[in-house]
Design a protein around this ligand. Structure first.
Ligand code: GDP
Length: 460
């Protein structure tokens, strides 16, 4: 394949910058622009993989030194892409990095597309598609657990799990094919019975995997948490207390937080995507109206609602509306401002009747916040999350493929129940095999591959 080049380190000034090249002419291109400390050319014949050479990158038209560098060499197939590769470690400044890249391009390399190095690792068979996808997840990880889950996926835990499920299906296929090939032995009935048991097993395994996405999604996106409450209940104060910095507007004027603010935080390993919303209120005011609609909408698709009430005030119409909204939702009730005397809500039956967890807090003094975290931890079984067995999916594409696989399995089971010919059953099983194969990248279209890698950063 053609030789590609890109700056792999993040833009901006840094200690070092890395310019990467991969492809069949990688060393030849480097030979043109690299000089050793003794001003010698590189001896391509003598290059050994996993070695580093000190020297200079030069402009080979003017002989001007562009930077002092260290170049690491990787020889096909023992490299990230399985091609010949080199990484030029330069000083980390945009100008220098760009000038080195320019020299690579001028001497025969082409600019890599986003994710193209990893795409080559996939196309050259070093990693499968789910492993390639885990690389972008590692880079984008926001929590330790998410990073760990992604690294496990890169190690192939998920691929192994999918592959073992596919083997179970292949065994069934082998039996079915035998009974199609030797109809005179009348083994169809036995095959059907056996197939049924195995298919039920596979279906269960796939369903468990699909369910694991609920946890996977939390690890990846955080628990989408909406803080709702009437104006002045203390939403912004709570958000600030949690964030420990004044990012949201805290104000005595009712309804100042008109739009939604989202913040990702990890508290004791609990990943939360916090959404602060405007107070829920009946209003004709256009801007306020947007806030209210948004608040309702956000609350509606939140994983968790923190409903905050001002403990020094009687319930009003808005509070009651909120209580109604959270009735059937994952929610925790917060009675705020317990630092002030004058409790109005602790004995309020309209609150206790909901049967929700109630935590008394002072958003202002941080009282009760630890208890709130404990409640969240309990609600989402955060401590129970097992990420070490390959039975966790974090990627929506994988979930969709598993969903398709389950549908085909159900079709196969129905076909057996309806005593349909055995070759029809085999069509559905083949479909499941194909659906699952797409997770690791078998039979995927070029479009899907391009879409996946386009989400990568340049130089990865
Ligand atoms: P929001 O409109 O729901 O976002 O409410 P704010 O967070 O802006 O709070 C409204 C007012 O209540 C502000 O003056 C806060 O300082 C005050 N407040 C919020 N939480 C507490 C608390 O726990 N104790 C006391 N004493 N005041 C609070």
């Amino acid at each position: 394949m053609e030789t590609i080049a890109a700056i792999s380190t993040a833009t901006g000034n840094g200690g070092i910058g890395i310019i990467r090249m991969s492809g069949k002419n990688c060393f030849e291109i480097l030979e043109k622009i690299f000089r050793t400390s003794k001003n010698n050319k590189l001896n391509i014949e003598k290059i050994k993989g996993y070695t580093i050479q000190y020297g200079y990158i030069i402009n080979n038209e003017t002989n001007e030194i562009i930077d002092e560098v260290l170049v690491s060499f990787f020889k096909n197939p023992k490299s990230y892409t399985r091609e010949n590769m080199c990484e030029i470690n330069s000083h980390g400044g945009m100008v220098v990095e760009k000038r080195i890249l320019e020299q690579c391009l001028k001497n025969g390399a082409i600019l890599a597309e986003p994710g193209e190095f990893t795409k080559r690792a996939f196309l050259n068979g070093r990693i499968d598609l789910s492993q390639a996808e885990s690389i972008i997840d590692i880079i984008n990880s926001k929590t330790e657990k998410e990073a760990k889950a992604s690294i496990n996926q890169l190690q192939g835990y998920l691929s192994e799990n999918i592959s073992s499920i596919r083997h179970e299906l292949l065994d069934i296929m082998a039996d079915i094919e035998a009974s199609i090939d030797y109809p005179e032995y009348d083994i169809e009935e036995v095959t059907n019975k056996k197939a049924m048991t195995l298919l039920e097993n596979v279906k269960n395994e796939l369903e468990q995997l699909r369910e694991s996405f609920n946890t996977g999604k939390i690890l990846k996106d955080g628990i989408k948490t909406a803080i709702i409450g009437r104006p002045n209940a203390g939403k912004s104060s709570l958000l600030n207390t949690i964030l420990k910095e004044e990012r949201a507007i805290v104000s005595d004027i009712e309804g100042t937080t008109r739009d939604t603010i989202e913040e990702f935080v990890t508290i004791k390993g609990i990943p939360l995507k916090l959404v602060d919303t405007a107070g829920i209120r009946n209003t004709q005011d256009k801007i306020e109206g947007i806030g209210v609609e948004k608040a309702l909408k956000v609350a509606d698709d939140a994983d968790l609602i923190l409903a905050i009430f001002d403990n020094t005030k009687e319930l009003n119409e808005e509070d009651i509306k909120i209580l109604d909204l959270i009735k059937n939702k994952n929610s925790i009730i917060l009675l705020n401002k317990i630092d002030l005397e004058n409790s109005k809500l602790e004995k309020e039956v309209r609150i206790s009747n909901l049967g929700k967890d109630i935590v008394k807090i002072s958003a202002k003094n941080r009282d009760g916040i630890e208890e709130l975290y404990k409640e969240i931890e309990k609600m989402f079984n955060i401590k129970e999350i097992d990420i070490d067995n390959g039975k966790l999916i974090t990627n929506i594409r994988h979930k969709n493929q598993i969903e398709c696989g389950i549908k085909s399995i159900i079709e196969a089971i129905n076909a057996i129940n309806l005593s349909l010919p055995i070759d029809i059953i085999s069509i559905y099983i083949k479909q499941t095999l194909e659906d699952l194969g797409k997770i690791t990248g078998e039979n995927v279209t070029e479009d899907i591959i391009s879409e996946i890698f386009s989400k990568f950063c340049l130089g990865k």
